[in-house]
Write a protein that binds this ligand. Structure first.
Ligand SMILES: [Zn+2]
Length: 373
């Protein structure tokens, strides 16, 4: 059976184009997702590549335009299904959200537990949530792998967010063992994909905050934890003005992942022109360190720097330029700097950096006991 998505139908050795109906407007017309299918030998795997779910994040769109060529289609063992703009409304208005859904669009994908019957006092799912649920069924039916492209923030390094793999641990011992074994197998694939891509790697946060932030309902966490498809989120540094070095390194990294998946020939390409942080131990994300008084900071670290606990991260002054607080804000962790946060003027409690801190949590974890209730 030939692959298709919306009006785009795969053809061996070709790029094909089409659209997928997303949200119908009350004013007539429909928001449609652009779809590009690149197919080589149709017997190979199916790899979904998506971008632009957050409107100000434009690098992924450019990466896909650079990656998806006729030459690539001809040399592929398998099929790429690409959506360069998952959130057309956000891209048009340069906002993170779509104006027809109040909330982060990347928290609308299905989760592992079955949906409860809708409480009539609660808001029903938005048109966008309904649409992404429908799109996710297409991913689940066809994808062997998935990568979703994002940007973190201005000046941040290029890195991969690796989701933790969760498993059910509340059934019979035999079922629990089987669920854990399957999760470990999937997690090993994620590690291999990260290594093939060759950029810095950041594990997602621990389970409680992750669930509280609804990160388990992101596109790639749903792919991993609901559909059990190896999937990663790539963060491509600065969003509005894509960094050409990161775009180049991401195209090379994605081609390397396709090689790892057996979909493209040749040796891995070197990843050059970007900083790659490898402190020698796994790290997870944390917004840290935070200031404890109103202040103006001067950062003393660069994105990609490896830092030790106690190392000076920023100089702290009041608005008159006098040293304040402890004068120096220090790192509370070993790890590395993903990027400095926007601006230099902060209220107490604000983080001055996004860091990747030493991660001692397992990448495979049981769902919390109360998750299934
Ligand atoms: Zn994003």
């Amino acid at each position: 059976m030939s692959l298709s998505l919306g009006t785009a139908k795969a053809k061996p050795g070709r790029l094909t184009y089409g659209t997928y109906d997303l949200v119908a407007h009350p004013t007539g017309g429909t928001d449609r997702l652009p779809v590009v299918i690149a197919q080589g030998d149709p017997r190979g795997p199916v790899f979904w590549l998506t971008a632009g779910i957050h409107g100000p994040e434009h690098a992924g769109l450019q990466v896909l335009h650079q990656l998806i060529t006729r030459e690539l289609a001809r040399s592929l063992h398998g099929t790429l299904i690409c959506i360069p703009a998952l959130n057309p409304a956000g891209l048009r208005t340069m906002t993170r959200q779509a104006y027809y859904h109040d909330g982060d669009p990347n928290r609308l994908f299905p989760e592992a537990k079955p949906k409860r019957k809708l409480d009539p006092d609660m808001e029903p799912p938005s048109s966008l949530e309904v649409a992404y649920t429908r799109l996710f069924a297409e991913i689940r039916n066809t994808a062997d792998y998935m990568i979703d492209l994002h940007n973190a923030w201005t000046g941040s390094v290029s890195f991969v967010f690796r989701d933790r793999v969760f498993y059910r641990n509340d059934r019979s011992a035999k079922q629990n063992r089987a669920a854990r074994a399957a999760a470990e197998k999937l997690d090993a694939k994620l590690a291999e994909m990260c290594a093939a891509y060759g950029h810095s790697v950041v594990n997602e946060m621990g389970v409680e905050r992750y669930l509280a932030e609804k990160l388990h309902r992101s596109s790639t966490s749903a792919a991993v934890n609901v559909a059990h498809i190896p999937a990663l989120t790539m963060e491509l540094g600065t969003g509005h003005m894509p960094d050409p070095n990161i775009v180049r390194a991401a195209v090379a990294g994605l081609r390397n992942v396709l090689r790892w998946a057996g979909m493209l020939g040749g040796y891995p390409e070197p990843i050059t022109g970007i900083r790659i942080a490898d402190p020698g131990f796994p790290c997870r994300r944390r917004s840290t360190p935070r200031v404890s008084q109103p202040c103006v900071v001067r950062h003393l670290v660069e994105p990609g720097d490896i830092v030790k606990k106690g190392q000076a991260i920023a100089e702290i002054r009041d608005i008159w330029g006098r040293p304040t607080g402890g004068k120096i804000l220090r790192s509370e962790h070993d790890g590395w700097i993903i990027g400095r946060t926007h601006g230099i003027v902060y209220y107490p409690g604000t983080e001055v950096c996004g860091m990747a801190i030493k991660d001692d949590l397992p990448t495979v974890q049981p769902y919390p006991k109360d998750y299934w209730k």
